[in-house]
Write a protein that binds this ligand. Structure first.
Ligand code: 5GP
Ligand code: ZN
Length: 114
């Protein structure tokens, strides 16, 4: 998708501070961090949001979550934890229509969201 910001990050057309990359996933720091640790993990393939997942995507989503956990540990969140968030469509506050998981850590976060 030429117009998708995250597809452009995958291709390298838009720069990002990458934390990790393999054939299926990319992780990079959020451009507007909301906590001392704030990064995103995305599938390289363009999937609009979590509502678009198909049964064949189960392994990919498992890898996405596990990579989010591994990187959270690497960035020092193992002891105090972190928030793992997937926003979906307008009510969920999604602003970039390419599936991504946010990982936020390094400070206590309020709950519930507003
Ligand atoms: P959403 O609101 O869709 O769940 O989150 C999208 C996130 O992507 C936001 O936290 C926003 O700061 C981040 N973001 C948007 N554009 C860019 C960009 O060009 N580069 C990076 N690294 N993050 C971006
Ligand atoms: Zn995309």
């Amino acid at each position: 998708m030429d117009t998708c910001i995250f597809c452009n990050i995958v291709s390298g057309a838009i720069p990002a501070k990458r934390l990790y990359e393999d054939d299926e996933l990319v992780a990079f720091h959020d451009v507007s961090p909301q906590a001392p640790v704030h990064f995103l993990v995305i599938p390289k393939r363009h999937i609009q949001n979590i509502m678009e997942l198909a049964p064949g995507d189960v392994a990919l989503v498992g890898r996405l979550l596990h990579k989010a956990q591994e990187l959270a540990v690497e960035l020092g969140c193992a002891e105090k934890g972190a928030r793992f968030v997937i926003n979906c469509k307008s009510d969920g506050g999604q602003t970039v229509d390419h599936l991504h998981i946010h990982v936020l850590g390094g400070r206590p976060l309020a709950w519930p969201p507003g």
